[in-house]
Design a protein around this ligand. Structure first.
Ligand SMILES: NC(=O)C[C@H](N)C(=O)O
Length: 339
């Protein structure tokens, strides 16, 4: 008989382990582990063994920053050899940012890392946390997909393709530009038709990602060029431009000259679409071509969350030149964009 799998569960905070307080839900030390200990379904014989490690500072995920991404990545690395898989319990608000960041930072990952959480605390009636955590544990042990993924409401998404799409519903996540990796219905079905991930190293290393000054501007009708002027005056290293449709911007010469100035200053400007689905193609319209001529990098079909995380990852690498960073930004590194 094969040995029972052992899964490491890192509890970082988020609604799944929260308690009601006078100011609304707050994370509470010890509460998640106590709740899980009282739920018999987690301890059935079909379930893997698991160890919950609760972080000393439990966070609402809206308080997460890149230093927390690094803490999580290093926690996985220091427990990597002792466990068969990893679950990260995390708040939903910035879960797609963390799953994107971990996908870049955990270089050479050969074990499953699943990030999940819930919309209703596990200890409350009608919580979605029970199904999310139970399935994540079961999947990590029995259907190990060796990349960073996000499990929510019976679907497993590629971590750097996921987005929070519903503030209130249980179906809070989707990956609009990429199919689910697995569906957990009556049967658990793994999608076997997906393109292979770019090749990776065979040993895990953590890329030490640091906080970076990055601007993000959502274009809107009537936007003034001074909005961009102000942003690129700051010490920003990169700028994510959330453009219209397939990568279009208004034909406003002042606005375009600010984008041009930014790229000439060495700021990495990435053009991402503000649409939920689809890809940037700056050759489609003259209004896209003008943007392309300023030297921006096409974000293709990357999500803004993954673009932000990828910029953090690349800008934190001391050995990359500006040209190499721009080239890497346009490459599919971890399945985050379609080639
Ligand atoms: N559902 C949740 O987990 C939301 C919570 N504010 C968080 O992101 O930590």
């Amino acid at each position: 008989m094969s040995k029972k799998k052992h899964i490491y569960v890192a509890y970082t905070g988020g609604t799944i382990g929260m308690k009601p307080s006078v100011k609304g839900f707050v994370p509470a030390a010890g509460y998640l582990s106590e709740t899980v200990a009282k739920m018999p379904e987690f301890h059935r014989s079909e379930m893997p063994n698991f160890t919950i490690h609760e972080y000393s500072k439990l966070l609402d995920s809206s308080d997460m920053s890149p230093s927390d991404w690094l803490d999580i990545a290093q926690d996985i690395a220091s427990n990597y050899d002792q466990y068969d898989g990893f679950i990260i319990l995390h708040g939903t608000d910035t879960m797609a940012y963390t799953s994107s960041a971990l996908s870049f930072m955990l270089e050479g990952l050969q074990k499953p890392v699943i990030i999940t959480g819930s919309q209703i605390p596990l200890a409350q009636l009608r919580s979605d946390g029970q199904a999310n955590l139970l399935n994540a544990l079961y999947i990590a042990a029995n259907y190990p997909i060796t990349e960073v993924t996000l499990f929510f409401n019976n679907k497993l998404f590629r971590g750097n393709r996921a987005r929070k799409v519903d503030a209130d519903g249980f179906d809070a996540f989707d990956s609009p530009n990429f199919p689910h990796l697995l569906s957990a219905g009556i049967h658990i079905e793994v999608n076997t038709q997906l393109p292979a991930l770019p090749t990776k190293a065979s040993r895990l290393t953590v890329s030490p990602t640091k906080s970076q000054p990055i601007g993000m501007v959502n274009l809107y009708p009537g936007i003034s060029s001074s909005v961009l002027t102000n942003i690129i005056q700051q010490p920003v290293n990169a700028l994510i431009l959330l453009s219209y449709g397939v990568g279009n911007a208004p034909q406003n010469s002042q606005l375009l000259s600010q984008i041009d100035k930014a790229t000439k200053q060495g700021i990495i400007v990435v053009n991402c679409t503000q649409c939920m689905r689809g890809t940037v193609n700056m050759s489609g319209y003259a209004n896209g071509k003008f943007v392309e001529e300023t030297g921006v990098v096409s974000g293709k079909d990357i999500t803004p969350e993954a673009a932000l995380a990828k910029l953090h990852y690349l800008l934190s690498k001391d050995d990359l030149s500006n040209v190499q960073m721009r080239q890497s930004m346009a490459l599919n590194l971890r399945g985050e964009m379609t080639d």
